[in-house]
Design a protein around this ligand. Structure first.
Ligand code: CP
Length: 336
């Protein structure tokens, strides 16, 4: 694997067109690492991974560091937003403003220090075309010269989505009743929030679950919160949360701001908060959230503190997703 920025970076297995087998292989690898974290403890010996953050993080930063350490790599974190020079990403920019260094100059230097680079960038939520062009991560990949892992970009969060499928599979192994026939009913439901958030987690979860193809996938959101069709195509979409929750095996709760009239929150209808009462409609559903979560805004305390909540397990699994991805890159011919 040369880069990990989207499910589209996975390769279909020979003789297949879909990505289901490739996703399941990464999931199996991750669960092997969970069972035996140090089984490849020398795989990355002598190699260095750089984790660059243009935005805050708790889980992504620490889980990726732990994963790299389990593989014997040296991990160095650089909070570019706080400690680095202000970067320019536009080609041909006249740099007479606040930006000090062009990515064209900074990225190759970083590539000379590290064997793998990881980067987190958020969207501005001001200009949809700019955000969805993924200028930051695209320019970084273009100029750094080493494999790149997305730690969340303007529109996607692939390490989170891989983790989410790992967690779902793990739960299905533990509780077969969560899988009716071949598939679980997985519901992604919009939740209220106090400020406009990126669409990354919802886009990415939709993209991965659709590519995986092993779920009865439903997305519930208020009117005008449609996500980009490129990611949701294949899912059932409804504005009726109760209808969506009926018989759900997994409920993934997440806020996102509007995509069409970009980056807005029109309503913060508290009725969309997931409560114990709503959970009763489901098939004793396991409740997921990528964290950080606004308690009693997105999800009630009762739900988050109940046995249905698997958010801590989900966040813990971030390590194994990162380890499976880093390992796959280390084993590929794309590493120098
Ligand atoms: N879920 C997630 O990406 O968490 P952090 O923002 O804390 O990394």
């Amino acid at each position: 694997m040369k880069q990990f920025t989207s499910v589209q970076d996975l390769q279909p297995f020979p003789g297949t067109t879909g990505l289901s087998d490739a996703i399941n292989t990464l999931v199996e690898d991750a669960l092997k690492y969970k069972a035996n974290p140090l089984m490849d403890k020398n795989l990355g010996a002598g190699k260095r991974i750089g984790l660059l953050f243009l935005n805050p993080s708790l889980r992504t930063r620490l889980s990726t560091q732990v994963a790299a350490a389990n593989l014997g790599m040296d991990a160095i974190v650089f909070n570019v937003d706080k400690e680095g020079w202000a970067l320019e990403f536009e080609e041909g920019a006249i740099m007479s403003g606040n930006s000090v260094e062009h990515i064209k100059d900074a990225a190759p230097v970083l590539g000379s220090y590290f064997d793998i680079l990881c980067i987190r960038t958020f969207p501005s939520l001001k200009n949809r075309e700019d955000d969805y062009s993924e200028l930051y991560i695209t320019q970084f990949i273009k100029y750094c010269g080493v494999p790149v892992i997305s730690l969340e970009s303007a529109t996607l969060h692939p390490l989170q989505s891989l983790t989410d499928i790992i967690t779902i599979v793990e739960q299905q192994h533990q509780f077969p009743s969560l899988k009716k026939g071949n598939k679980s009913r997985i519901v992604l439901t919009w939740a209220p929030h106090v400020k406009p958030l990126p669409q990354c987690v919802a886009n990415s979860f939709s993209q991965w679950i659709n590519a995986w193809g092993e779920a009865d996938f439903v997305i519930a959101h208020p009117q005008d919160y449609e996500l980009k069709e490129e990611f949701t195509k294949g899912a059932t979409i409804t504005h009726n949360q109760d209808e969506a929750l009926k018989d759900a095996d997994f409920v993934y709760v997440k806020n996102w701001s509007t995509y069409n009239d970009y980056g807005k929150i029109y309503e913060n209808d508290p009725q969309w908060m997931l409560t114990e009462e709503k959970l009763k409609i489901t098939n004793h559903a396991k409740v997921m959230h990528c964290l950080p979560v606004r308690r009693n805004v997105e999800l009630s305390d009762e739900v988050l503190d109940s046995a249905n909540s698997i958010v801590t397990q989900q966040a813990a699994n971030r390590v194994w997703a990162a380890q499976a991805v880093i390992s796959s890159i280390l084993k590929s011919s794309d590493i120098r």
